[in-house]
Design a protein around this ligand. Structure first.
Ligand code: FES
Length: 116
């Protein structure tokens, strides 16, 4: 299904509303979603729940394309949601798109771990 036509996407504000190397939490019908902005202004969205013990990833430090969980410092890849080895597990991913600086979020979570 092509969700780019509008259905299933919600506008969540501007890129500039998200702190660089930080995140915003968006409360959605699919649960809390952490929307991250990297130092290069790339935007990623993951369920705000670490695959380890559920820590709030939105409160972690973004470095490169990863976020360090604030609880026990697991590193989670923002693109795949996957914990960096040797840790294992994935946070659900949400698609984002940016148009003219406006960020939209898909509410269809991509659960589980992607193929390597
Ligand atoms: S809950 Fe995230 S590293 Fe433990």
């Amino acid at each position: 299904m092509d969700t780019r036509a509008g259905k299933g996407w919600i506008p969540i504000g501007r890129v500039d509303d998200i702190p660089r190397q930080g995140a915003r939490v968006v409360a959605t019908e699919a649960g809390a979603v952490a929307v991250f902005r990297t130092g290069d202004d790339e935007i990623f969205a993951l369920r705000d729940k670490c695959p380890h013990k559920g820590g709030p990833l939105s409160q972690g430090i973004v470095h490169g394309r990863k976020v360090a969980c604030p609880l026990h410092d697991w590193n989670i890849d923002l693109g795949t949601g996957r914990a960096v080895a040797p840790d294992e597990g994935c946070a659900a991913r949400f698609a984002v798109r940016v148009s003219d600086g406006e960020v939209s979020l898909s509410l269809a979570p991509d659960e589980g771990c992607p193929e390597r």
